[in-house]
Design a binder for this molecule. Sequence first.
Ligand SMILES: Cc1ncc(COP(=O)(O)O)c(C=O)c1O
Length: 392
Amino acid sequence: MRLAPAASIAPSRIRAIAALADEHPGTLRLFYGEDTLPTPDFIKQAAHAAIDSDRTYYTPNPGYPELRDAIAHQYQQLHGVPIRREEVVVTASGMMAIHLAVEATVGPGDSALVVTPLWPNFVGAIQVAGAEAIEVPLALEPDGFRLDLDRLESALRSNTRLLALASPGNPTGWTASLDDWRTLVAFCERNDLWLLADGVYERIVFGNNATIAPSPIELPEARARTIIAQSCSKAYRMTGWRVGYAIAPPEVAPTLAFLQEYAVSHAFGVAQEAARVAIRDGDAFLAEAQARYARHRDLAVDRLRQIDGIQVPVPDGAFYVFPKLNGLNESVAFCESLVRERRVGVAPGSAFGEGGEGHVRICFAVDELTLLDGLDRFEAGWRAFRDRGLST
Ligand SMILES: Cc1ncc(COP(=O)(O)O)c(C=O)c1O
């Protein structure tokens, strides 16, 4: 029997490395985007209380009103613009927010521009929706990644309806300035595109005492065409809880909410309640987590810079470093060899689309010992791989 076209979409290469690591006990897991520390206690306690007060029934499709209000309030405070409950849709993960935004804006016969290297699930979601994803790489310069508007202009087609990107980016850590967003919004206006702006890592930024990355939501001209995808996963160490949200124009948000009915109906009520408390009480925790990731970023960058044949763009946000390994053009084979021979798992750059091959993604959200041990193993594996002529 023949399966539908969606069945032929390539599986995630990050998950493939994870599966290989499962077969090799003792492998250090630097391939996923998550902290090794557990969800903080104050969030867990909120979940216990939510179970005890029976937050276990179906909830409204766009989430509990109290949570939507808490999100609107927080976003308003962080970005200095008015946000109403009607613009907020709680979703069963950031991934679901991406899915709903894509489903609502593109379909068969349409195309979407995706700024890469990027977490592969954007391209996957666009393909699942039956649309074509056109990958447009950031430019890699000696001092890091940079947005290249000319590349976007020349990738555009007459059927393009959507521009999707993340800032801070995964895996690059590239973070759009407000001027970059102005340029991107003007591009979307000129070409009548929706803008899907992923801000999942916006609370994890480094440098200049910044505590939040700029968002297109701050630009009045962006509001009518912008859907923000958000998640509690990374900011609050809640990766397994599957709770996120979208912020969309008030006439679009109800569409996202009813589309969620046809996937998972809504996020789990207990996770929603835990998210509400995380958002209400989480500021001190966030400051501490941000300081920890800043320390780990410096450790990772300094350590990698001691290794020959590697260019290390310094990430401005998120919790990954995405070094370029000179001469590497088979990142999957290299990452497999790291698991088999050194018991360290990192994600192959080619998993992240155009501009990713030749790099690997290393997650520095893990505890310090795992990170340093992982980087030692990585160096040994890279030297051995290079000495063999860059092949397995
Ligand atoms: C850029 C980006 N967006 C969204 C997500 C999805 O987060 P989640 O589905 O765990 O909420 C991730 C996860 O890695 C991500 O890296």
